[in-house]
Design a protein around this ligand. Structure first.
Ligand code: FES
Ligand SMILES: [Fe+2]
Length: 430
């Protein structure tokens, strides 16, 4: 339980708030590169700030305030130039660093004018790495974009799923420290959904949690679980799943790892990226190797039907189930009204880590996972469980039911190819 003031401090993302200042010490993923492949603009709100992402005609990215400093016209209508973005209204041109490069009429009437040198537009750093676009909205000097392990291994087919979750980021992060929900939400509730969908053959075996554990490690918190008669040698306990502080979860397994990455839009909305790699699909030497751009796909976020019914066909998968649990807690859940139990030890640990790191930023220190030494930022290894199917070919249905697999274009393609190669009709939920 938190006081209303503590809750506000943890959850506010805007500039000048403790939580917002903390989040401004990190690079955040804001789009897949394939969402802005050519010269053009894309409106985005990040950490409560309305911005326009653009790519100029040389392929360089910029991230500017969404209003022109002349008379506030929307820069989303801006025209990308060879360098910079030109406001559509009167043609003022701005560079990616926020300088005004041209004011066509002013320069015609007064060629000696220095007016443009005194005008700036808000501008933030933006870079591309591992087929994602990253933004930094914090103070100089900017740190490095962390090179988490999957971002350094680009030789496997990858894909990027995306959805906007209509709630605050902390609710989503807390879910990553909540092992017990898997048994209830992704097993018992899943089975109820299959009953509602009249698909009893898809019911899952329910595995009971007998013990949960949490370990602070260099990059965050590892959550562990014992299920049924598992011992502590089992990788659910020995390896576990890491929450990479503050807001990335590595899930899946060694053959099909997934980074669940979250970027706050504002206090009440969060971008969610599911960044997956499929190593066994590469090994199988299937046509999917030919992908040159990383596929991007939208993950539907379930909402009630017009009649107030749960949309059963959208909550038969992990991402759909998680999303509705996150946002039905409220846009910013009231943490003064909760009753935390023994199952919530990981959540308490996360909140302590969050509090400590917000305090660090208040003291002018770097929080956890801010990297400034390139020699240490080569490949940041994160633990992952092995694949229970073992090495070798991808098997139809191998990652069925995981995260966003239902919507994955690569898995759909792989299922079809494997099915065709074996002569079998793939039994698929896709
Ligand atoms: S409003 Fe942008 S150039 Fe006039
Ligand atoms: Fe979940």
């Amino acid at each position: 339980m938190l006081t209303a003031q503590e809750n506000a401090e943890f959850t506010q993302v805007g500039p000048g708030t403790p939580g917002g200042d903390f989040l401004r010490r990190y690079w955040h993923p804001i789009a897949a590169s394939s969402q802005l492949p050519d010269a053009g603009t894309k409106p985005l709100t990040i950490l409560g700030e309305s911005l326009v992402l653009y790519r100029d005609r040389q392929g360089k990215l910029g991230l500017l305030g969404d209003r022109c400093p002349h008379r506030s016209a929307g820069m989303v209508y801006g025209v990308p130039e060879n360098e910079g973005l030109r406001c559509a209204y009167h043609g003022w041109l701005f560079s990616g660093s926020g300088r005004c490069l041209q004011q066509p009429y002013e320069e015609t009437e007064d060629p000696t004018s220095t007016f443009k040198d005194r005008v700036r537009i808000k501008a933030y750093r933006v870079e591309e790495m591992a087929d994602m676009i990253w933004a930094y909205l914090g103070p100089d000097p900017a740190p490095l974009i962390p090179r988490w392990d999957l971002f350094t291994r680009l030789d496997a087919p990858r894909e990027i799923g995306f959805g906007v979750i209509p709630c605050n980021w902390v609710q989503i992060a807390e879910n990553a420290l909540d092992p017990v929900h898997v048994e209830w939400l992704h097993q018992h509730f899943s089975n109820y959904v299959y009953e509602r969908l009249d698909q009893p053959e898809l019911r899952k075996k329910v595995q009971h949690h007998t013990k949960i554990g949490f370990t602070l490690f260099e990059y965050g918190i590892i959550k562990r679980r014992l299920l049924d008669s598992d011992t502590e040698e089992h990788e659910h306990w020995a390896t576990g799943h890491p929450l990479v502080f503050p807001m990335m979860l590595k899930s899946g397994n060694a053959a099909h790892p997934v980074y669940q990455m979250r970027t706050p839009i504002d206090d009440h909305h969060t971008m969610h990226f599911w960044y997956s790699a499929h190593y066994k699909i590469r090994d199988d030497d299937m046509e999917v190797q030919a992908h040159t751009t990383v596929p991007f796909y939208e993950v539907p976020i379930p909402t009630l039907t017009d009649g107030g019914e749960p949309p059963w066909s959208l909550v038969d998968n992990n991402s759909g189930q998680d999303s509705v649990m996150w946002y039905t807690q409220g846009q910013v859940t009231d943490r003064s009204a909760e009753h935390l139990g023994l199952s919530d030890r990981g959540i308490i640990m996360f909140r302590k880590l969050l509090e400590d790191n917000i305090e660090k930023v208040k003291r002018g220190e770097d929080p956890m996972n801010v990297f400034r030494d390139a020699a240490k930022n080569v490949c940041l290894e994160l633990p992952v469980e092995r694949n229970k199917f073992g090495p070798g070919r991808y098997r139809p249905g191998e990652v069925r039911g995981g995260n966003t697999s239902k919507y994955s274009p690569l898995l759909k393609e792989a299922e079809e190819l494997v099915g065709a190669a074996s002569g079998a009709v793939p039994k698929s939920q896709f």
